[in-house]
Design a protein around this ligand. Structure first.
Ligand code: NIG
Ligand code: FE
Length: 389
């Protein structure tokens, strides 16, 4: 079946060869032909071919579905108390992860699946059509692999994060836990994941341990990505670039050498402003990275501890208000940037051959995502050609 969506006031294509020649490839009064799960044609409404089905966007803005390249959605339990304590002045620490590990281990498979379905549906209603998600709240072979199985039944972008923190049972012997996470836990998990990740941070894993985790994962065919430089300066970003990781995520505390490395390497800098919002931490400096020439992505980091939002529009608004991004840069980062962070070429753009992931906004342009923060602007979502919202 083909569907023609007409009268899109401004369409972000992220294809610079289309439209106005900017990175967003904006087309005014645009139309899109969806054929099966793919985009078949993009151009001006007046030039659109005839098709079976027509949908009139009536002057709404259009853009590719958001590509949320970083979340932690296989979990159970709640950390409201920890958030409340932070908002009364307590700092965030990686130790809170243990609370979610206990609740997740105690949950049934059905409970984990229902939670994940709920957050994926919530994200979809806000325009997210591709979502990466991780393990990391199990920390045993059985608990990590079941988290990945639950995730893999729902998304292609699944990340093994057995090295989230040292499992509580190994608090006195972190080396033994690294041996497990690079050995039997990895063996149980690798068949269910595409990516390997490690939380390289004080209180989690140091640079040598992170290198061991990522290289062991790579030997099993997993592609590296990393939680780096979130709470403190550290070796994570340099390690990511050295290993050719697809993405270094957080990037809040960067030295000049870190910024240069990201600008020169192929590793995307993925910024997660929901975490700084929810931990009252200093914002990552997107402007500094963009001015240096780095590729920047924006993602939600949705998790019950440091960033309990599934809303990419909210992250776009924060990035524009507080991280020095223009609305155009932030929208690119949340779509094409996320696709780059996941090494995907089929999503994050609306051009012929791309997966038909199209969002319409009750607004005349994508700028309203930042201009009207907190307003539910998403009015229609197609994912792989299916109308979902
Ligand atoms: O990306 N930084 C490590 N992991 C998560 C937080 C997880 C948690 O607090 O439960 C993050 O912010
Ligand atoms: Fe994270």
């Amino acid at each position: 079946m083909t569907t023609l969506v007409t009268h899109i006031a401004r369409l972000v294509t992220n294809d610079p060869s289309l439209g106005d020649g900017t990175p967003l490839g904006l087309i005014q009064d645009a139309a899109v032909v969806i054929d099966g799960d793919r985009v078949a044609w993009v151009g001006e409404t007046s030039k659109a071919p005839a098709t079976d089905n027509r949908v009139d966007a009536e002057g709404r803005a259009g853009l590719p579905g958001f590509v949320d390249s970083h979340s932690h959605l296989v979990f159970a339990g709640d950390r409201t108390a920890e958030f409340n304590a932070r908002m009364s002045g307590r700092p965030y620490s990686a130790g809170g992860i243990r609370t979610t590990v206990a609740a997740t281990r105690a949950a049934t498979d059905a409970e984990l699946a229902a939670n994940l379905d709920r957050y994926l549906a919530e994200a979809l209603r806000q325009g997210t059509t591709t979502m990466e998600t991780k393990s990391g709240y199990g920390l045993t072979a059985a608990d990590e692999s079941r988290a990945l199985r639950v995730a893999a039944a729902r998304t292609d972008e699944v990340t093994y994060l057995g090295a989230h923190i040292v499992a509580p049972e190994y608090a006195d012997d972190p080396g033994a836990y690294v041996d497990l996470v690079t050995g039997p836990i990895l063996d149980a998990c690798a068949p269910h994941a595409r990516w390997v990740d490690v939380f390289c941070e004080r209180g989690a894993f140091d640079g040598d341990q992170a290198r061991a985790v990522l290289t062991a994962g790579a030997r099993k065919g997993l592609l590296p990505r990393i939680h780096a430089n979130q709470l403190t300066y550290g070796p994570g970003v340099q390690l990511a670039v050295e290993l050719g990781a697809a993405s270094a995520d957080h990037c809040t505390h960067l030295s000049d050498e870190d910024v240069d490395a990201l600008a020169q390497g192929d590793t995307v800098a993925t910024l997660l402003p929901g975490a700084e919002f929810s931990t009252r931490a200093e914002w990552p400096d997107a402007r500094r990275l963009l001015d240096a020439g780095a590729t920047v992505a924006l993602a939600s980091d949705c998790n019950p501890g440091s960033s309990f939002t599934s809303s990419v529009p909210f992250c776009v608004a924060l990035a524009v208000r507080d991280m020095g991004m223009t609305p155009d840069e932030a929208v690119w980062a949340a779509t094409a940037g996320g696709a780059a962070a996941l090494r995907r070429t089929d999503v994050g753009r609306i051009s012929p051959g791309a997966r038909a992931d199209l969002v319409l906004l009750d607004a005349p342009s994508h700028v309203h995502l930042a201009y009207r923060p907190g307003v539910p602007l998403v009015s229609a979502v197609w994912r792989a050609g299916h109308r979902e919202v």
